[in-house]
Design a protein around this ligand. Structure first.
Ligand code: SAH
Ligand code: SF4
Length: 342
């Protein structure tokens, strides 16, 4: 095990300080940053326009191994790719690259396993190993850029894990990727999806600076939500909604409520009416998600006509609604359905 600090943990200004302290010109820092965030290098040796001495100093003092690909599956029908990343071949995290008409979207994991344990979610069923470091979150993204040779223009934190249980690392990774001197990703094209941790949602209203928020509801009563999402017993629905309302008001941004439709569980007309009432007055969009079947879990997806009726009720109550297109379904690559083991 190496105890050297990882270069992906360093902000551009910090890299500059390190370089200056060694007596090199500040533009050397810019070269290093370009190698990492523009050319997607994965070792210091590749940085051929740096003086040999500087390369040797960096290699001696900093870790620069990115997560490596353990498996990569591509779905030909829609071009989506599912990456399983590991350290020395040991699986650690999964991510998905989704292709849309308007560009490529990276769906990233924030934890190895998830401590929340939602009933319908493959990640939740696996248990929890640990939080991912900021560098490990960045590594998924940079690895996909390097492998796919695509300009990835959107990021969603909808892989394995609850982003707000790893708040600092997720925020740090977002700050890195959206820095104009690194990858310069637009903050408006980054979405953090949370199961609904009210304190963190309120804090995020101050820290988000344009980053979008999605809140996973999946129920319009505590009775239903308690059954699906264990942490609802700690953070009941009213508190989750109040924090979302606060976020939308303070940031002036439309938020998304995710709602997986599960047959006979949360898809009745009454559920839809209650949902519309609950979120009324919040600038929001409801994203209705067809459930991706997880082997061994006894839920079923709602029928299309039930889904349409649910959608109509929301719309009649002036709620904006979209239905998520299923991507990556055949290789189980859809966001929110990632599992660590292959
Ligand atoms: N922990 C966060 C983010 C990761 S899950 C959260 O729960 O929001 C991202 C989204 O995928 C969530 O809305 C989650 O409810 C959803 N999801 C989980 N399992 C799913 C499945 N089997 N089919 C469809 N969506 C799923
Ligand atoms: Fe964790 Fe989100 Fe899955 Fe729930 S839905 S278990 S919070 S990853």
């Amino acid at each position: 095990m190496s105890h050297k600090p990882h270069i992906l943990e360093f902000k551009p200004s910090e890299i500059e300080q390190v370089i200056k302290a060694q007596g090199y010109e500040p533009y050397r820092a810019k070269q290093i940053i370009a190698w990492i965030y523009v050319k997607f290098a994965s070792s210091f040796e590749e940085m051929t326009d740096l003086p040999k001495g500087l390369r040797a100093y960096l290699a001696e003092n900093f870790e620069f191994s990115r997560l490596s690909i353990v498996t990569l599956q591509e779905q030909e029908s829609d071009g989506s790719k599912r990456y399983l990343w590991g350290i020395h071949g040991d699986p650690l995290a999964e991510s998905v690259l989704l292709e849309y008409k308007y560009g490529s979207t990276a769906c990233l994991s924030t934890q190895a396993g998830c401590p929340v344990g939602c009933e319908f979610c493959a990640s939740g069923r696996l248990g929890f190993q640990r939080n991912l470091a900021k560098g490990e979150i960045l590594s998924q993204f940079l690895g996909m850029c390097g492998e796919s040779r695509k300009r990835i223009s959107r990021v969603v934190f909808m892989g394995t894990g609850e982003p707000f249980f790893n708040y600092e690392a997720v925020l740090g990774a977002i700050d890195m990727l959206t820095d104009p001197s690194t990858y310069d990703l637009s903050r408006r094209r980054v979405t953090v999806s949370t199961v609904g941790i009210p304190g963190a949602v309120r804090k995020f209203a101050e820290d988000s600076h344009g980053v979008r928020l999605a809140v996973s509801l999946h129920g319009s009563s505590d009775r239903v939500r308690n059954r699906l999402i264990p942490v609802n017993k700690v953070y009941p629905l009213d508190e989750v909604i109040a924090s979302a309302r606060y976020f939308a008001r303070v940031t002036g941004q439309r938020i998304t409520f995710e709602y997986i439709l599960l047959r006979g569980v949360n898809d009745s007309r009454e559920d839809a009416v209650k949902l519309a009432g609950l979120i009324s007055g919040i600038d929001c969009l409801v994203n209705l998600i067809p459930w991706n079947p997880v082997p061994g879990i006894g839920f079923e997806r709602s029928d299309p006509d039930v889904r349409n009726e649910f959608k109509n009720i929301l719309e009649r109550n002036r709620v904006k609604v979209t239905v998520r297109r299923r991507l990556g379904g055949n290789i189980e690559a859809a966001c929110g359905q990632l599992r660590r083991s292959t």
